[in-house]
Design a protein around this ligand. Sequence first.
Ligand code: SAM
Length: 283
Amino acid sequence: MSTDNSAALFLVATPIGNLGDISFRALETLKSVDLVAAEDTRHSKRLLQHFGIRTRMVACHEHNEDQQTPVLIESMRNGQSIALISDAGTPLVSDPGYRLVQAALSENIRVIPVPGPCAAIAALSVSGLPTDRFVFEGFPPAKQGARQNYLRALRLEQRTLVFYVSCHRILDTLNDMATVFGGQRQAVLARELTKTFETIRKAPLNELAEWVENDPDQHKGEMVVLVEGARPQADDSTLQLNELLPVLVDELPVKQAALIASRLTGLNRNELYRQALKLKEKV
Ligand code: SAM
């Protein structure tokens, strides 16, 4: 355990529900630093009180991080140690602190992790989806149009996708995912992790959406959604072609559609002509 706490910024992970998940080192750090910078001081006061910690607290959240950063940096330059905590889990993971960490690093102030709970990692570890490669996407956009566009950009992502989703948008989000990724893609809803009503369910996206639709309890609490990555595609030119050729055939004569597709993908023009003819016959 680090004992020299002078002039350092500690990033301390706190529980995501179950207070028993706080680490010994997190408690020691919160006790020994000069100041705790908390996302919500009222919320974190309960945590500190529970563990009998009396360290002074200041607020550092999305709306005051710009003003608070130089003040905190100045304190650390004067030799003070600060622990940054968020309402739950690991600071900076969909939580404030990025600007403070950047500023501390640029001032050559030590930034020290005190690792612990993180909803995304907890959910991933129990998901049964591949964990060797994954991508954390945070919260998808709230508005449906923007959300669908954003999901479309992830359609071919082969790594396991990890999202934080607000309970108010869970059904709409699962439906959009089913539309964009295909209803058969495996997904996991990990809700209220480490808490009384912890629920972890794995199913294809369309089944998961139906289950949520029919169970009002699944619209409550905090949740992580994980989606299986896309299957590897043949190769990039085949991929582009599958999207390109139908559009060209809709708009142009077959010969011209095949010529343009061939120039864009580098694939054989005669073969593309045959494929374009087939598509035209279907229209
Ligand atoms: N920094 C936190 C972390 O390390 O997980 C995340 C903060 S983010 C503002 C809050 C989101 O995390 C929630 O909306 C939910 O998506 C997810 N989350 C937090 N606690 C959770 C829990 N106990 N079970 C499932 N998801 C949780």
